[in-house]
Design a protein around this ligand. Structure first.
Ligand SMILES: [Zn+2]
Length: 699
């Protein structure tokens, strides 16, 4: 489990990377100070996303009643959700734009050319094996046979645990998670970590919520699992029985699991146990045997997230019959492999997870899925040519300048807070000054030379790449934390803060319009990427980040009185966002989204402080009035327009239950209704909807 807090949840982030092709033309993003409306990719001209756009607004709406609709109304009307997406917003626009570069790189790399570099061969043949639909379909589910046979051959619980270790080694997440993670009390070291998991539905609550919709979802899930068993060759009646066994086991795992909101509290993730104590608390897992079978280096302590899950589930390991466990493992193997199997598996998986749970109308075209798969599996191999194509040094320098401006603004904000005592204030400043940043792409690219990739063997390739990542991760146990490693690939349209590293990270993929536009003035850029930087910095001081110190350790640097004041203020944010109703009668969970909402509110405030400081020091840097809007008005519009989006009701429902981020509408209006600066910029008065009667502020 990674303690990373990111900017947005992306289903379709173009997380990828390729090796040097040297063949595609340069995109238009390189020339300094110039961003054109189109870019050239190979022979194609493609449209670039725009930054601040007056045509996206709906000026018939009163900005003091609904600023989101005012800033995004026309964009939302003109941008219905494409049939192969579950939601569509500015993030997706940019991710799709990036995906076209990756597509071009992969199409070229996939030509069977003996002169390809080893890295180009890997990404090219990974992509080719995915695009080779004829071979994939001809094989049906036969690529799974060896693993299915191995599950069938289990004769006792000891072999059961060894087989789970084997499945984990291929990236199949059965029963629980096992990985390396930074020690919560000594963040410079990585230790072994086991975590609750093993479910096929999106959250533990899906197994227990009593409302009609949740009951229907469980019924649909049962039908889906049954169909998948039929597809691997089981008789209908046997398949239905197996699906019920899967449901029974997963319901027990869900019952034993902590809720998402509980998992936000670092103390629920902080249980380092001696191996012998873990064995005593959860004997039926036979952990020593499991760890040995996993191929991980030897260790004596493990962080258990949380012990309750393993204690309760240990009884389940014993109580459930071996046949039922075999059904459960077969299901998770098939589920994990489904995207690499024949059409029938892909379509059935889409009909449940894509269509039913997310409201997506159509499966994405195969090339999109194959680009995404290559990106997910060989991300830093595909990332290098992407960066070579698209990312110039000028952008990095301007970005660094903005990061410094935002850090300075947060420093000033901390000094000026009226609720914090000098003792805690001093510690907050220490933590802020220790935050480091990474911009664009890694200094050293990951070495994939041990991953075997060959044409015509999609599942084999996927399992080889997954095994490589599992091994790479487990080998970190007992080693120092590598602070240079990235948690996202270069083309990703996202950003994150890591509490253990105490750093903020901005992949090249997001450093483009609408977030960052070298042709736009700073008012708009501070509203876009400036708020993003402020958001990530504030994560270091949200309900979770505030419990970690400058070194990334879980340790309390707060006085009790200041912590009580902090809790009062975050409580205000939690209550405020819990009043929002994104779909039907479903309220946002203000506690689940607390960290993100705190980061949005703090990020907006310090980005505006930084902009004002720049305007004061260099009056020519920002134009007074442009397209009828003052600099501060453009700042707020630039901020809001990053969040223009449309979402299917199904996707909205799923995200309310699982996503720690609020939907775009509330990220915009929820944040702005707390801002007196916003009200002043647009002349909004007390009593109007965009002016909160009880404005919340933490940072
Ligand atoms: Zn965030």
């Amino acid at each position: 489990m990674l303690w990373r807090r990111c900017l947005a949840l992306l289903f379709l982030g173009a997380m990828t990377a390729v090796a040097q092709t040297g063949s595609t033309k340069k995109a238009d993003s390189k020339p300094a100070g110039e961003v054109k409306a189109t870019a050239t990719i190979g022979e194609k001209k493609v449209t670039r996303p725009k930054s601040f756009d007056v045509d996206a607004m709906d000026k018939t709406v009163d900005p003091c009643q609904d600023f989101y609709q005012y800033a995004c109304g026309t964009w939302r009307k003109n941008n219905p959700i494409p049939s192969d997406q579950a939601r569509w917003g500015r993030f997706n626009e940019l991710a799709e734009y990036n995906r076209q570069f990756l597509h071009e790189i992969l199409e070229k790399a996939s030509a069977n050319d003996p002169k390809r570099t080893p890295v180009m061969q890997k990404i090219g043949d990974m992509y080719q094996s995915c695009m080779d639909e004829t071979t994939v379909n001809a094989k049906g589910s036969t690529p799974l046979k060896a693993q299915m046979d191995r599950i069938a051959a289990i004769t006792n619980k000891q072999q059961l645990m060894e087989t789970i270790a084997y499945l984990h080694s291929m990236g199949v997440p059965a029963l629980f998670g096992f990985n390396a993670a930074p020690d919560l009390h000594n963040a410079s070291m990585e230790i072994a970590n086991i975590a609750q998991g093993g479910l096929g539905l999106p959250d533990r609550d899906y197994y227990s919520d009593a409302d009609q919709k949740s009951q229907d979802t469980r019924q649909k899930y049962l039908e889906h699992v049954t169909k998948m068993f039929v597809l691997v060759g089981d008789e209908q009646a046997a398949a239905a029985k197996e699906a019920q066994s899967v449901m029974d086991i997963e319901t027990k795992l869900a019952d034993a699991a902590f809720k998402r909101v509980q998992m936000r509290d670092p103390k629920n993730r902080d249980h380092k146990l001696k191996l012998a104590d873990l064995e005593a608390q959860a004997p039926n897992f036979q952990f020593e045997r499991f760890f040995a079978a996993s191929g991980a280096p030897a260790f004596t302590e493990v962080n258990v997230v949380p012990p309750d899950f393993f204690q309760k589930t240990s009884a389940t390991v014993d109580a459930v019959s071996l046949d039922d466990w075999k059904s459960y493992l077969r299901w998770h193997l098939v589920r994990s492999a489904a995207p690499t199997l024949s059409d029938a598996f892909v379509k059935e998986t889409f009909s449940f997870y894509g269509q039913y749970l997310n409201g997506q109308k159509e499966l994405q075209p195969r090339w999109k899925r194959c680009v995404q798969m290559t990106d997910g599996l060989l991300g830093e191999a595909l990332g290098k040519p992407y960066v070579d194509e698209t990312f110039g040094t000028e952008g990095k320098q301007r970005m660094l300048k903005m990061v410094n401006a935002l850090e300075e603004a947060l420093g000033q904000d901390i000094q000026e807070l009226d609720w914090m005592t000098p003792e805690t204030r001093k510690q907050a400043a220490v933590k802020l000054h220790a935050i480091t940043n990474k911009i664009g792409y890694p200094d050293t690219w990951r070495d994939y030379s041990s991953v075997k990739v060959m044409r015509g063997d999609l599942l084999g390739n996927v399992q080889s790449a997954r095994s490589f990542e599992v091994k790479r991760n487990l080998n970190k146990i007992g080693k120092p934390l590598d602070k240079k490693e990235w948690g996202m690939t270069p083309p990703t349209v996202n950003a994150y803060y890591s509490a253990s590293n105490n750093d903020i990270n901005f992949p090249a993929g997001i450093l483009q319009p609408p977030f960052f536009d070298r042709a736009a003035d700073d008012a708009v850029n501070f509203g876009g990427i400036g708020v993003v930087i402020g958001h990530e910095l504030t994560h270091g001081f949200d309900d979770q980040g505030s419990k970690f110190d400058a070194e990334g350790n879980l340790s309390n640097w707060w006085t009790d009185a200041d912590r009580a004041e902090f809790d009062k203020r975050t409580g205000c944010i939690a209550d405020e966002y819990s009043t929002f109703v994104p779909v039907d009668d479903l309220h946002l969970n203000g506690r689940l989204t607390l960290g993100e909402n705190t980061a949005d509110n703090g990020g907006l405030r310090i980005a505006l402080m930084a902009l004002r400081k720049e305007m004061a020091s260099d009056p020519k840097a920002v134009k007074d009035k442009q397209e009828g809007f003052t600099a501060e008005q453009r700042f707020f519009l630039g901020f809001a327009q990053v969040w223009c989006q449309n979402s299917t009701p199904e996707s909205s429902r799923l995200l309310v239950k699982t996503d720690p981020h609020s939907p775009g509408e509330y990220r915009t209006n929820g944040t702005l209704q707390n801002s007196a600066d916003f009200a002043k910029a647009f002349g909004c008065k007390t009593g109007q909807k965009m002016v909160s009667a009880n404005a919340c502020r933490v940072w």
